[in-house]
Design a protein around this ligand. Sequence first.
Ligand code: ZN
Length: 307
Amino acid sequence: MVSTRITRRAFMIDTLGFGNSGAVAVYVVKGGRKTAVIDCGYASSFGNVMQGLRELRVEPSKVDYLIPTHVHLDHGGATGHLLKYMPRAKVVAHERAAPHLADPRKVIEGWTSLVGEKQMQMYGAPLPVDKERIEAVGEEAHIDLGGATLRTLYAPGHAPHQVAVLFEEEHLLFPADAVGMVFPAFPTLLPTTPPPSFDPPTLIRSLELLRQTDPKMLLVPHFGVRKDVGLIIDRTREKTEEWVELVRRLDYSHMSPEQVVEEVRRSIISETGIPIGSFPGYVNVMIRLSVLGILAYLKRGAPGPGT
Ligand SMILES: [Zn+2]
């Protein structure tokens, strides 16, 4: 089983991304007439999403909307792969994400340079999405599923093309990577601040906007259902600011990026008491990306192009 029921109409699928449970989730909302899938996971894990849909008795050919919250590979990577089995699905994405869904070459190049060829093979490459199938949205859009309304909310900062999604009737918020990573197998929240466009002030504005929607639950991509909404938002802000300050205080211009990553890992060890060899592999990957994103932000000089 990779699927879990959250409410009568909202469901979670563990994509088993990277071969790990509890790392990358996608969510499903079944309205009275229509069905939406929020986030798609890595290209390489699309089969697990299909399996989850089968468990939920959702016929892929009857999915109406795919909503990749942004084009990072753990969220948008599988979009084109899933669409092959979803002939009537529209892809709802921010207008700045749409060109990268239609032509993912820059995304593939960027991620390959960040993580290397071998890791890219584990992620899998996104397929181009037919432009006609993309509904590009701006600040806000409403999607009527029949008794279930989804509202997309522009939520930049983590990426300048990210949307969050609010399930209005049930007050459930899918915050995408506007909130930090809260892996069940790891005891502390980790900021999710990857390259190339992480921008802290913009992220903090998005967090406050999302707080105002007053959700009763957060359905977090990394990972799971959280009812401690205020705490997660507060901790995301605190930890993000703490990591940015930690890196800023290092003599990072005279260090290799990997040395900076090690320094941040050391601070996590002193906070959690978990020895480095015991961090799950996907946690190490995510920490590295977040530190590289902070370095990129500091090196280009604040403020970044996040808005
Ligand atoms: Zn992301």
